[in-house]
Design a protein around this ligand. Structure first.
Ligand code: ZN
Length: 537
C-alpha cells in the first residue's frame, strides 16, 4: 500500500511543479491573493431645477443591449451644453436667459436620466416604426412612476443597436414625433470630440448635432433656415443644417425659433395650463410688394381668446417642386413681429433675405404664438415671377353663396368617401369635391357647372385646393354664362399647389349666372381631381 501512495505522491508533486514552473515562466510573479473590495456606495445626486417643468430625458435600453460606458457623464455634458446654448440664444433674441428645464446636480454636473429597460430586444425598436413601441413602454412606465416625469416633452435616447463596418452607430429611431424626439448613444459620443476632426470628431458632430436638432423638434420647432444676411454673422440655423455645424462653427436659433420656445411649457418658470385648445385665427390679411423698400409687406387683424405673444411669418419655397409639408420645409425663411395693440400685425420682409426668388412658388405660413404654447398656422400661397413677388392672397370680400346650386358635373365620389360636388360651395374649406374613383374612375378634363341664384357681378374668383393637397388641380379653366348655354372663357389659371384660398381677378368685372369649371390637369400627373372650395368676390 505504502509504495503505491508514495508513487502517487511523487507523480502529484511533479505535476504541481510542472504546472507551477509553466506559470512562472509565462506570467511572471504571482499576484498576492486578492480579497474582493466592498462595492462602492452608489453615487447619490441632488437633482434640482428652477423651472416649473423639465424635459423628460429617457435612456431606453433594449433588453439585449449593454449600456455604452459612461453614458451618464457623456449625456449629461451634452445636455448641459445644449441647455446653455438655448439660454444664450433666447437672451440674444430678447427673451432673457431662459432655456429648457432640466433636473440636474449642479455640483456633480449630472442630469437626471430616466433609465428604462425595454421589455424586448433590439429588433423590437428599429429606426423605421420602432418609436411607437418605445413610446408605449415609456407611457406605461410613466403611469407607474409618475413622479419621475415633469412635463409633456421627451428626449428619448437609445444605445445604438447596430454598427456598420466603419463603426458608424445606428439601428434605432432618430427623429422628432410630436413632443417626443429620438436620438442615439454610443461609447465615444462625447463633447470632448467636438471640433477635433477625424473619425470620432466627425461622428460626434453628426450624432450630437443631430440629437440637438431633434431636440428642437421635440420642443415644437419646425425647420427653418437663416436669412441671407445671417449666414455670415450668425452661421447656420440649428433647424436647417445646424446639426452639421454643432460644436464646429457658428450655429444659432432663429428669431422664429425663439418666439416658439418662449411659450414652450419646459421654458416656463410658472405652473399654468399649456397646450389647451384655444380659438385663434387671422380675420383679415393684406400683402403687397413695396418697390422702394424691396420688401414684402404683410399686415392684418387676428382674433384670439388667448394672449398672442408673437406673430411668425415663414416663407417656404417649393424649390424644384420639392413639395410641401414635413421635411420639405428646411429652406423656409422666417420673420417675427409683436402684436400691435390687441389684434393687429405688420411686418416688412426684404426680399434680399430670400435665397430663392426667380420663379419659385412659396407658401407664407403665418403663425400666431399663443401664451399657452399653442402655435396656430394659416397658409397663404404666393410666387415670384421674374424676381418680383406676386401676392394675391389679400383678404377679399366674398360674395354670398346663398341660392347657389350645382347645375351639372362630370363626376363625384360619394360611395367611398364624402367627395360630393356640393362640398365645393358649402363655405367650408375642410370639405371637398373629389372626382369618382371607387368605380369606373373618371379622367381629365373634369367639369362642374355652378349656378348662382341670380345674375351677380364679380371681380374675380377664389378657390382652395383640398386640405392636405391630395389630387390637387393644376390648370383650371373658368367659363361664364348668363343662360347656361353659351359660355365665354375667362381664361385658364395655374393654381398653386398650396393650402388656403387663392384669388384670381377677371380682366374686368363680369356679370355671371353660370360658372363652368374645367379642371384640365393635375399636380401629381394622375387622372383624379379634388378641390376644397370655390367662391366669387
Ligand atoms: Zn429635422
Amino acid at each position: 500500500m505504502k509504495p503505491l501512495f508514495f508513487r502517487l505522491y511523487i507523480i502529484l508533486v511533479c505535476i504541481l511543479f510542472a504546472a507551477c514552473s509553466k506559470s512562472v515562466t509565462t506570467a511572471g510573479p504571482v499576484d498576492p491573493p486578492v480579497t474582493p473590495l466592498p462595492a462602492p456606495p452608489p453615487v447619490s445626486y441632488d437633482y434640482k431645477s428652477d423651472y416649473a417643468y423639465n424635459l423628460n430625458v429617457v435612456y431606453f435600453v433594449p433588453n439585449d443591449v449593454v449600456e455604452p460606458a459612461e453614458y451618464h457623464r457623456r449625456l449629461s455634458e451634452i445636455l448641459l451644453q445644449a441647455q446653455s446654448f438655448f439660454g444664450d440664444e433666447m437672451q440674444r433674441n430678447g427673451y432673457g436667459n431662459k432655456s429648457f428645464g432640466l433636473l440636474k446636480d449642479e455640483i456633480k454636473k449630472r442630469v437626471q436620466l430616466i433609465v428604462i429597460k425595454g421589455k424586448q430586444g433590439r429588433s423590437a425598436y428599429p429606426y423605421e416604426g420602432g418609436a411607437n413601441a418605445v413610446m408605449n413602454e415609456i407611457n406605461s412606465f410613466r403611469a407607474a412612476n409618475a413622479s419621475m416625469f415633469s412635463s409633456d416633452h421627451y428626449l428619448v435616447i437609445l444605445p445604438a443597436t447596430q454598427y456598420d463596418a466603419n463603426g458608424e452607430p445606428g439601428g434605432v429611431p432618430f427623429y422628432g414625433l410630436g413632443k417626443f424626439c429620438f436620438a442615439l448613444d454610443y461609447a465615444e459620443q462625447d463633447i470632448k470630440y467636438l471640433g477635433t476632426g477625424g473619425v470620432l470628431g466627425t461622428r460626434a458632430v453628426k450624432w450630437i448635432g443631430g440629437m440637438i436638432h431633434e431636440l428642437g423638434h421635440g420642443l415644437n420647432l419646425p425647420h427653418n433656415c437663416q436669412k441671407v444676411s445671417e449666414g455670415a454673422s450668425l452661421g447656420m440655423a440649428l433647424m436647417w443644417a445646424g446639426n452639421s455645424t454643432w460644436g464646429v462653427s457658428k450655429t444659432f436659433l432663429t428669431a422664429a425659433d425663439c418666439a416658439v420656445l418662449n411659450v414652450n411649457q419646459v421654458f416656463s418658470k410658472e405652473k399654468k395650463a399649456f397646450y389647451g385648445e384655444k380659438n385663434a385665427s387671422i380675420k383679415r390679411i393684406h400683402a403687397s410688394y413695396d418697390d422702394v423698400k424691396q420688401s414684402i409687406i404683410v399686415k392684418g387683424i387676428f382674433a384670439s381668446n388667448e394672449t398672442v405673444t408673437d406673430i411668425l411669418y415663414y416663407n417656404d419655397p417649393n424649390v424644384n417642386n420639392e413639395g410641401i409639408g414635413v421635411n420639405r420645409d428646411y429652406n423656409a425663411v422666417a420673420w417675427t413681429s409683436k402684436p400691435i395693440g390687441t389684434d393687429s400685425f405688420y411686418v416688412e420682409m426684404p426680399v434680399a433675405e430670400l435665397q430663392y426668388k426667380t420663379n419659385e412658388v412659396y407658401e407664407l405660413k403665418v403663425k400666431l404664438a399663443l401664451s399657452n404654447g399653442l402655435i396656430r398656422e394659416t397658409i397663404y400661397p404666393y410666387s415670384f415671377v421674374n424676381g418680383i413677388p406676386r401676392l394675391e392672397f389679400s383678404t377679399r370680400d366674398e360674395l354670398s353663396k346663398e341660392g347657389w346650386s350645382i347645375a351639372s358635373f362630370s363626376s363625384e365620389e360619394t360611395a367611398s368617401e364624402n367627395g360630393a360636388v356640393t362640398n365645393l360651395i358649402d363655405g367650408d374649406l375642410s370639405s371637398y369635391w373629389h372626382s369618382r374613383w371607387s368605380t369606373n374612375a373618371a379622367v381629365y378634363p373634369h367639369e362642374i357647372v355652378i349656378k348662382t341664384g341670380e345674375n351677380i357681378v364679380a371681380a374675380g374668383f377664389s378657390i382652395a385646393q383640398r386640405p392636405g393637397l391630395a389630387r390637387a388641380v393644376k390648370d383650371l379653366e373658368l367659363l361664364i354664362s348668363l343662360d347656361g348655354i353659351s359660355y365665354q372663357s375667362a381664361g385658364v389659371s395655374r393654381l398653386a399647389n398650396s393650402s388656403g384660398l387663392q384669388y384670381f381677378s377677371f380682366a374686368a368685372p363680369q356679370t355671371v349666372k353660370y360658372i363652368k369649371l374645367i379642371a384640365r390637369s393635375s399636380w401629381d400627373g394622375e387622372k383624379f381631381a379634388s378641390l376644397g372650395e370655390f367662391g366669387l368676390f
